[in-house]
Design a protein around this ligand. Structure first.
Ligand SMILES: [Zn+2]
Length: 416
């Protein structure tokens, strides 16, 4: 049986890969296909990215708007965090579904099966397979096909948890029941970068540690290949990071601009996405959208606004009350570690982590450039300069497995 393994190093921008900083990734890159122009989706956040990796589609098709999303509940827009375990329940209640399109897990349910190990938020883990066609292992709770109870992943959030998870995952790949698709999603370096400056010693330590863990997975795959197994290994990330130079409380902004009544009535609201925010308007608020957008255009914290067809081009549909996507402004000043670029970040309240740390979510130059390496013994070392994206991962895996990719937005990456 052919098998595919995908490892996601959350938040790792392609620029940080080098022989000095990340020897294992550099070695893999030197022997495999390096997709040099790999891109994130919009918004460049983990939960919507996990759904994009899983389905081969952007939010416009898969239907999860971001890390937070406005749901129509009893005639009101309720902005909910997609991170907690119960979000899928709210989504099902509001929309009658989770994702609108099938996942890789669903497509291989009767063709070898799917397993994912994830150490990010529960929501980001579960959106790899939200309707439970395969197995998803997470510390907050795991499940198997049809909701079968599986023990929670015995790891803690953070780098130590990533280390423990990598050992369990390698054991699973080596000795467990072989699955057609095995996915591992590290929480780092993303988690460290949200709490430390980009380029800082903490960031470099996390990067080196994750690199070592990728090396372990590659060695595990190589050992199985040596025994005759045909395994496609893909290693990538979902987005990069940019430095937070300033913050804007977007709820306070609505109130200061005279929109508190519409906000309180559940007709107008922002779903923050780090360095981006999504604007929702329904009912009475639809009449003031143009004036809200006019005011936003003049704000120093707004970098760009997309509505209508522009929003669709970015891969997210103006539906369910969503009227605009906003990427926050950037200045080119370096941070304390000489990394260029500082961004505004949007927040509603407690989620703001302060200035100087990493963040992502918009269409900035660094946050949109994750990396991707495709490794298979039959492939020649190569560097691909055509654009690839998160949505190309699923079709590449399914094509390798000899399965159809109908209904996917992404295209299989030719590596052979
Ligand atoms: Zn992420």
């Amino acid at each position: 049986m052919k098998r595919a393994v995908y490892v996601n190093c959350d938040g790792l921008c392609t620029d940080w890969i080098s022989a000095e900083r990340t020897p294992a990734l550099a070695a893999l890159s030197a022997r495999g296909l390096r997709c040099a122009e790999h891109r994130a989706i919009f918004p460049s956040v983990t939960r919507a990215s996990a759904a994009a990796v899983a389905t081969g589609c952007r939010p416009i098709r898969h239907g999860l708007h971001g890390n937070r999303m406005g749901l129509l509940e009893d005639g009101r827009i309720v902005v909910r965090d997609a991170g907690p375990p119960d979000f899928r329940g709210h989504m099902r209640k509001a929309l009658g579904r989770t994702l609108r399109v099938p996942t890789m897990s669903q497509r291989v349910a009767k063709q070898g099966g799917f397993v994912a190990y994830s150490n990010v938020s529960p929501g980001a883990a579960y959106f790899l397979d939200p309707d439970e066609h395969g197995e998803v292992r997470h510390r907050a709770g795991s499940y198997g096909p049809g909701g079968l109870v599986v023990p929670p992943l015995p790891v803690k959030a953070g780098l130590q948890g990533d280390i423990a998870m990598a050992d369990l995952f390698c054991d699973e790949v080596r000795r467990g029941r072989p699955r057609a698709i095995s996915v591992m999603w590290f929480g780092d370096p993303d988690l460290t970068m949200h709490n430390a400056p980009i380029g800082s010693p903490a960031h470099m330590t996390a990067l080196a540690q994750i690199d070592e863990l990728v090396g372990k997975v590659a060695a595990t795959v190589d050992a199985l290949r040596a025994k005759g197994e045909d395994i496609l290994l893909m290693v990538g990330s979902d987005h990069g990071h940019e430095t937070v130079g300033n913050g804007i409380n977007v709820t306070a902004w609505l109130d200061e601009n005279g929109y508190s009544a519409l906000r309180e009535a559940g007709q107008l609201g922002f779903a923050t996405q780090g360095t981006a925010t999504l604007l929702y308007a329904i009912g009475e608020a639809e009449r003031v959208v143009q004036s809200v957008l006019g005011k936003l255009k003049d704000e120093p914290w707004v970098g760009g606004i997309a509505t209508g067809a522009e929003l669709e081009q970015l891969g997210i549909a103006p539906e369910g009350g969503l009227v605009a996507g906003i990427s926050l402004a950037r200045k080119s000043d370096p941070n304390d570690f000489g990394v260029a670029g500082q961004r505004w970040a949007a927040f509603n309240g407690s989620e703001f982590k302060g200035l100087g740390f990493g963040q992502h979510g918009g269409w900035g130059p660094d946050e949109t450039r994750p990396f991707l390496i495709v490794d298979h013994p039959a492939g020649k070392p190569a560097r691909r300069t055509e654009r690839t994206s998160l949505i190309d991962i699923a079709p590449t895996i399914l094509t390798f497995l000899g399965l159809p990719v109908d209904g996917m937005e992404g295209k299989p990456i030719a590596w052979g």
